[in-house]
Every structure is written in structure tokens, then in C-alpha cells.
Design a binder for this molecule. Structure first.
Ligand SMILES: [Zn+2]
Length: 155
């Protein structure tokens, strides 16, 4: 049998945690790492996400965790926005699951656009391939402006 490292194995020069994924597993995980991921997904998945964004006349754009990142995209006013899952929401984004390969991005949403194909384009093999591997999913979102941002904050 060929050696295939589990994505949940800690990888580094001082690590000997090179355990293997289940043979043929689409998510590249062993049973224990998959169980941990599912438990974290159930316990920690956020109900909403607060990000900064640029406020245009009829929409929001450039969603980021810091005002600095939004400012680098344009001169529009920056607002703090709450994103919530919504079937008919005007935005699409990528939800990073608790799959171990997501590392510090677990549980966040990113790549937020007004078209789903723009999210799809963020992945070399398309979002569907990533979703099959369990690293996340395309989500549809509504956005509520909470308040104007004070610059700088949320760095
Ligand atoms: Zn594992």
C-alpha cells in the first residue's frame, strides 16, 4: 500500500506525526482527524461573520478583517458589516470548514463577491473539487451594516 499522509498530521522537521489517511479517502483524513473536524464543525461554526467592507452606492465590496485591507482597495467609506447565511442573499463567499488543511482559516468566510462564479475562480480546480475534499463550501450571504469603521481597527 502506498503511503498517503493524513492532512491532519502535523508536518514539520521536528515532527514524527506522519500518520496516514484512510485509503482512498476523498478528504485525505484518517478516521480520528475526520471525527475531530466534524466535532469542531458542530461546536464552533460561527452563526455570522463580522468583516469590514467598502460602501458603494448600491452594494458593498472588498470584505476583509481589517480596515487597512479595505482602504488599500479604494476610497469608499469603510463600514463594519455582519454577514449571515441567507438563501437569497446578494453575496456569495467561501466558507472554510474545520478541515485541518485550512489551518488558521478554519471557520471564516472569504472571497466574497456578488457572483458565485467569481468565488469559483478563486480555486485552481474550481470550488466543487474543494467542497468534495471537505475543505469548505460556497455560501450565500446577506450583509447588514453595523456601523462606520474607525480607521485603523481590526488589524
Ligand atoms: Zn489524521
Amino acid at each position: 500500500m502506498a503511503y498517503s499522509r493524513c492532512d491532519g498530521a502535523v508536518w514539520g522537521p521536528l515532527s514524527s506525526d506522519y500518520h496516514q489517511m484512510e485509503e482512498g479517502a476523498k478528504d485525505h483524513l484518517c478516521a480520528q482527524c475526520r471525527q475531530t473536524m466534524l466535532e469542531e464543525e458542530a461546536a464552533k461554526r460561527p452563526a455570522h461573520w463580522d468583516l469590514y467592507a467598502g460602501q458603494y452606492a448600491d452594494h458593498l465590496e472588498h470584505f476583509y478583517p481589517s480596515t487597512l485591507q479595505v482602504r488599500s482597495c479604494g476610497d469608499e467609506p469603510v463600514v463594519l458589516v455582519r454577514l449571515t447565511l441567507a438563501e437569497d442573499g446578494p453575496y456569495w463567499g467561501w466558507y472554510f470548514s474545520y478541515h485541518p488543511s485550512n489551518r488558521s482559516s478554519k471557520g471564516i468566510v472569504s472571497f466574497i463577491y456578488r457572483r458565485d462564479f467569481l468565488v469559483d475562480m478563486c480555486f485552481p480546480y474550481g470550488a466543487a473539487a474543494e467542497a468534495r475534499r471537505g475543505t469548505g463550501s460556497i455560501v450565500r450571504l446577506s450583509a447588514e451594516i453595523l456601523r462606520p469603521a474607525v480607521h485603523p481597527e481590526g488589524i
